[in-house]
Design a protein around this ligand. Structure first.
Ligand SMILES: [Zn+2]
Length: 154
């Protein structure tokens, strides 16, 4: 794929292609450490080798790059202007694989939280979301789970 995109774009894309030690993932890991939550990375014996696995809590966090994994309605999920068919096939297969893996995890009794790369920009919101996912109400007000908030559609 040497001549498709400028080098700096390519290296940015490559850094997120395998999702290993990307900046967004490191941010999520830091929050988990702050919450004193133990986790393991890229667990091979689970479908799709999920990024972050909390076995005891039966929870998985996937940190997904907006470009490669096609964050819906996200400006980072653009399609390159040349070789669009090639890219579309690639994207389709990524999305299908993600859906398959996440379904397999849920079927196995895991809860899956998908965090998109662009969603890691707001540290406070990210912390709240992760704490809520882990049932840890970080804001300290209430420790009740509220069932289905109308503001959370999508
Ligand atoms: Zn996004």
């Amino acid at each position: 794929m040497a001549d498709i995109v400028p080098p700096e774009t390519r290296s940015r894309m490559m850094s997120s292609i395998r999702g290993r030690d990307t900046k967004p993932e490191i941010l999520v890991r830091k929050i988990l450490r702050d919450l004193h939550v133990g986790y393991r990375l890229h667990v091979k014996d689970l479908p799709g080798r999920p990024d972050i696995v909390m076995r005891g809590r039966r929870r998985v966090i996937e940190v997904q790059g907006c470009f490669w994994h096609r964050h819906p309605n996200c400006r980072f999920a653009y399609t390159p202007k040349s070789r669009t068919e090639f890219w579309q096939r690639k994207f389709d297969s990524n999305v299908a694989r993600d859906a398959r893996n996440h379904q397999a995890l849920r079927d196995g009794g895991w809860q899956v939280l998908t965090i998109w790369e662009c969603e890691t920009a707001n540290d406070k919101l990210l912390r709240e979301r992760i704490a809520r996912f882990l049932g840890m109400g970080e804001t300290g007000g209430t420790d009740q789970e509220d069932g289905g908030h109308p503001g959370e559609a999508g």
